[in-house]
Design a protein around this ligand. Structure first.
Ligand code: HEC
Length: 201
């Protein structure tokens, strides 16, 4: 990250494009494409503040079927999926509101789809389960969460209300750190969505 300029953070996080202009592979930049200027700046400042750690160049190990799909041009990078014409999102006040929940849920779209109805994650290894339908439509995962408290408990523990484990494909290390406000707002927003059939992305 040494030498990363503000424009490079902007390109990487919002557009999925490296400083040299080539698309980033795998990094789900569509999850961050709608970040406000303040959030992009805060993350850049935080990463810069970390003490230097020994590390090598990034090594990307893709399973063979995924490499083959890349080779055939069947996997789209985030850069191809992001609508680059959209202006940065305007900050919305933080609170348990549908509006803030929509902002938070942008971070779920890379896997759960722009419409949040889930389905097979494009470019994912074949053994990954399909992402769940987060709209109230057919096959919705939300029926298992009677209130925001149950939803919060799942994101913090990785377990459904019946005690079974949700696949670790869900990035619980990060999700468990979400604030109560963010989780409750996301729950409110998901509940407000029009029902969509599972897998429409
Ligand atoms: C890296 C991909 C990824 C991201 C990012 C992600 N999810 Fe998921 N999520 C999945 C997958 C895959 C499943 C299906 C897991 C399974 O079937 O065990 C899932 C399942 C779920 C479920 C269903 C749990 C159940 O009861 O079966 C909920 C609810 C959910 N995700 C919410 C979210 C929310 C909210 C966010 C954003 C804050 C999010 N996810 C971000 C991949 C992701």
């Amino acid at each position: 990250m040494v030498g990363y300029q503000p424009a490079d953070w902007e390109r990487t996080l919002r557009h999925g494009v490296k400083p040299d202009g080539t698309p980033l592979m795998v990094m789900p930049s569509e999850d961050f494409a709608r970040w406000t200027d303040a959030d992009v700046a805060a993350v850049a400042a935080y990463v810069r503040s970390l003490p230097p750690q020994p590390g090598g160049p990034a090594v990307l190990q893709l399973p063979l079927p995924v490499r083959v799909m890349y080779g055939l041009g069947l996997v789209q990078d985030a850069a191809e999926r992001i609508d680059h014409r959209l202006p940065p999102a305007q900050p919305v006040p933080e609170g348990v509101t549908v509006q803030h929940g929509q902002y938070v849920a942008n971070g779920c779209t890379g896997c759960h789809g722009q419409q949040l109805s889930g389905g097979k994650i494009p470019g994912a290894p074949p053994d990954w389960p399909a992402a769940a339908n987060l709209t109230p439509g057919e096959g919705s995962a939300l029926v298992r969460y009677a209130d925001a408290a149950q939803f919060r408990a799942m994101l913090r523990s990785g377990q459904r209300p019946d005690g079974s484990a949700v696949s670790k494909v869900m990035p619980f290390e990060a999700l468990s750190q979400m604030s109560d406000t963010d989780i409750d707002a996301a729950y409110l927003y998901l509940k407000s969505l029009p029902p969509r059939a599972a897998g429409g992305r």
